[in-house]
Design a protein around this ligand. Structure first.
Ligand code: GLC
Length: 429
């Protein structure tokens, strides 16, 4: 895994597509029949990108504190945001926008010094050769359950058509990876309708890496990805290996004006801290309007998150996962050398916050954003027996930041934690 990704901590996900015209759900709306395929595709006529300013996006992402961005170059609907030789279904050829959105996005994001990520749906519910086989190649017992966009409805598979589809995906990906300079991250989606063998893995992966050996690929690649992508529900246990939590700011990936179910900035910062605490990244989504405008509420969230990150930067990019929640419940991170522990304090404590099971001596406790030193105290324990007491750090109202406060604990050495269940102290003092 590339170091940049582990240190990036925050990425911005952008679900931009024709679904923003009517404000329906991306691709899934026609798949589930809440809109007909024809009406869904009519949205092409209303996709103008008239206010799309990639530099403004990139500038906003940078201000949010993100180190990378990921744009939907093609969602499950098969509508490419880029100029592709291999299909007419693109906003370049079929919408009034008539622009290569992907190209402008890549240039702006790269120009702003961010890493370039591209989302690409492996499955394509519009391609005539896509619905040619069944998952795992097995004809389902009950054909009435088959969605016509995914697989044939008559029980007949067409392996030759499937091979053509694979060639098509590869050809489009050669454009994505070959026509716009170096792509740092490929964010696949929709692998779940076929297995690794059907996707032609592992050769498919080798082919992609031949464009850029440093290319990172997420795990939605039938078991061949580089990192995990839990979605919408934050992990409660630390996922194994490298991971990134993707989530929406309201409840929708794309622009859906009816959806006013917004998370507050405070909640977004809390979730970001949860990711940091467990050593993961946050990939925070925005759903721009059809004209390319990012809705003000989402823009404000990004800017607010950026402000918080700048005030607490020391605890962000260079940090690693903190101590487990039974030592400190609200989440924490450690400096890379393990000698500084940063505690996230989301709510104003009535009196103090406490850390349990810390064997180290704290040489200084302070508030990160202000530098103000904090009073601290240890109660109980029997350090001569290897049993630490409880460390209390006293925080007053004015020590706290408006959003999550970070308390910095400087330790006498790399963090050492007690992991016992308590014991009788047989050698008392
Ligand atoms: C989902 C959906 C999709 C969305 C994505 C984001 O599984 O299929 O609409 O783009 O994942 O993580």
């Amino acid at each position: 895994m590339q170091e940049w990704f582990k240190k990036a901590k925050l990425g911005i996900f952008i679900h931009y597509g024709i679904y923003a015209v009517k404000g329906v759900s991306e691709s899934w709306s026609f798949y589930h029949g809440s809109i007909s395929y024809e009406d869904y595709m009519k949205q092409l006529e209303g996709f103008t990108a008239s206010n799309f300013d990639a530099d403004h996006w990139a500038d906003l992402f940078k201000k949010s504190g993100a180190r990378y961005a990921v744009l939907t170059s093609k969602h499950h609907d098969g509508v490419a945001l880029f100029d592709t030789k291999y299909s007419d279904l693109s906003v370049v050829k079929k919408s009034p926008a008539a622009r290569d959105i992907l190209k402008e996005y890549i240039e702006a994001v790269r120009g702003a010094g961010l890493k370039v990520g591209v989302y690409y749906s492996l499955l394509d519910w519009s391609h005539p050769d896509y619905a040619s086989v069944y998952p795992d190649g097995r004809v389902p017992a009950d054909l009435s359950t088959v969605n016509r966009f995914s697989s044939p409805t008559d029980g007949t598979q067409d392996p030759a058509a499937w091979q053509r589809f694979l060639e098509f995906d590869r050809a489009q990906l050669s454009e994505v990876l070959g026509n716009y300079g170096k792509i740092d991250l490929l964010w696949f989606d929709g692998d779940w309708e076929r297995n690794a063998k059907q996707w032609g893995l592992p050769e498919f992966k080798e082919y992609l890496k031949s464009f850029n050996p440093d290319l990172i690929i997420n795990n939605r690649f039938a078991g061949y990805g580089d990192y995990l992508t839990p979605e919408q529900g934050i992990p409660v246990n630390r996922p194994k290996g490298v991971w990134e939590f993707c989530t929406t700011i309201n409840s929708s990936w794309g622009y859906q004006p009816r959806d006013q179910h917004y998370k507050s900035l405070r909640q977004i910062i809390h979730m970001f801290c949860d990711c940091l605490s467990m050593g993961g990244n946050l990939l925070l989504d925005v759903g721009p309007m059809e004209d390319g405008t990012i809705v003000p509420r989402q823009e404000e969230t990004l800017l607010g998150l950026g402000e918080w990150i700048r005030a607490n930067e020391e605890a962000v990019y260079e940090s690693v996962a903190g101590v487990p929640a039974n030592y400190y419940g609200d989440g924490s991170v450690l400096s890379a050398d393990g000698k500084t522990l940063y505690l996230f304090v989301h709510n104003r404590p009535a009196e103090a916050v406490c850390v349990k099971g810390l064997k180290n001596r704290v040489t200084r406790a302070s508030v990160l954003h202000s530098g103000r030193e904090l009073r601290r105290d240890v109660h109980g324990g029997a350090p001569w027996n290897g049993i630490p007491g409880i460390l209390w750090i006293y925080l007053t109202e004015e020590d706290c930041a408006e959003m999550t406060t970070v308390v910095k604990l400087e330790l006498d050495g790399p963090v050492q934690l007690y992991d016992g269940g308590g014991a009788v102290i047989t050698n008392n003092q």
